[in-house]
Design a protein around this ligand. Sequence first.
Ligand code: N0T
Length: 531
Amino acid sequence: MFEKKKNSFFSIGGQVNNSSSQSEETLERAIRAIGKFEMNTIAAPLYWYQIEPEEGIFDFGQVDLILKKARENQLKVVFLWFGTWKNGASHYVPEWVKADKKRFIWAQNAVGALTRILSPMGRETMEADGRAVAKVLAYIKEQNKDDMVLAFQIENEPGLLGTPRDYGRESEEMFCTAIPENMKQFLQNLKDGELFEIWKENGSLLSSPWKETFGLMAEEIFSAYCFASYVENVAAAGKQAYELPLYVNVWVRETGSRIPGIDYPSGGATSLALDVWKYFAPHIDCICPDIYFDDRDTYQMVCSRYNRADNALYIPESHADERNALHLFEAVAKHGLTGIHCFAIDSTIDNEGNLRPECEQFRHTVKILSSMKPLLEKYQGTGKIYAVVQQEWMESMFFDFGDFWGRVYFLNRITDEPYIHLDCGHDDKEHVQVRGKGLIVYAGGGEFFLAGDGFKLVLIRKDNMEFMTSSLRGFKYLNARNQAYKVVEEGEFDSEGKFVSKKIRCGDEADMGLWVYYDVGLVHAVMEMEI
Ligand code: N0T
């Protein structure tokens, strides 16, 4: 996660419900659900109020408990720091913070009322939060000799919900005076993007206050600057204690009417404020969008915005449903996805411990991803990973693999017949069907890996076209029978990352093309390059 092209661990995880880190019992249910999906990571929050019940007195019982449960179940861990902010509010701070309204300042809204959000202007709060994070990370360092802790999330969806910015005294002073020096420097480095356009449109008067510089978006950008600077301080304190990858998650702005402070927390690392965050919070390794979108366009758009040269794409929160089960393959192949977690994992099973039927497709997707894991770690960012996702009306997909062309045909799971997915037939319980999905890795030299559900791949070697054209049977029916395989096999990677063959496919099993269903594991094929 968090790194491109560096063999970093591809984390497939479940995030426990907000209140589930508090006891062994609540954690156990989450772990049971994670086990049903066969995920490799648990993400669990740490509550500031529980960790530091009195100022300077720390209790790491919660860390111990999560580590113990994770070790018992051979899971990696991501800790979430529910500190100053938890989705645009401040409910997780200790009593002693809540009690002292003078020392720890709270944001005010436009009419001067106190909100339930600690102000990012609060120096004392920032320092107290930083001290706590440093203590927690120092403790994790001692406990993490086996590298089971992958990462640490600073705050949770920071920002202001209910007001676009803090209108308290300190904040007013800053908002109404000239743009600070470091913000000017940032703007001088800004070369393109949405924020650049806004700034250009509103005038480049660097000596003016925020409103003249950023116009309509001034409140959000001002807040982003304040939040990023605050989080940077907390992160720097943490890094000093332990160099664990740190990230921030985002309640994205591609939602509702896109009004900051109403549709999403103002000041978070939204796509508009991403440059601000990258610049002012350099101790944060990765900025990560929480993606709850059902539609393909918005999902992929958000992925593309967070996958940048200076930021890897990791999705810390998403739904364990059939939409996500499809969309994430394109995120892997087109937007460099380096890891994905599902939120509210405990809710995916019922009280008897059975996985809910609406999560079944996601379970298949986890299987597919897991069988490919070493390949994802090796090939992410190289352009060798291809997504297969059957959209509505789609019967086949065409791929250009360089020295091969490929056609993917979608198959009905039960009959193996060609299958076109129509949403309108979706409720027809007699013909419950799922869309074809999965991944193809072309390692080069005729070597392919496939994992997925409900499709088959037929290949044509580009320098062998005479054979193809002389057969006069076309791409579709030339099919599969004339494929020149060296070997086709089903198998899996062992713990050393070596492919272990489990079953050779020949005869009927190879005559239909390279077919996959979620429960056949990884398919490996090597094509003849000579004949
Ligand atoms: C998330 C979760 C949890 C399309 C909400 C998501 C989690 C927090 N916030 O269940 O509270 O701790 O990070 C906000 C998603 C907004 C969706 C916008 C509608």
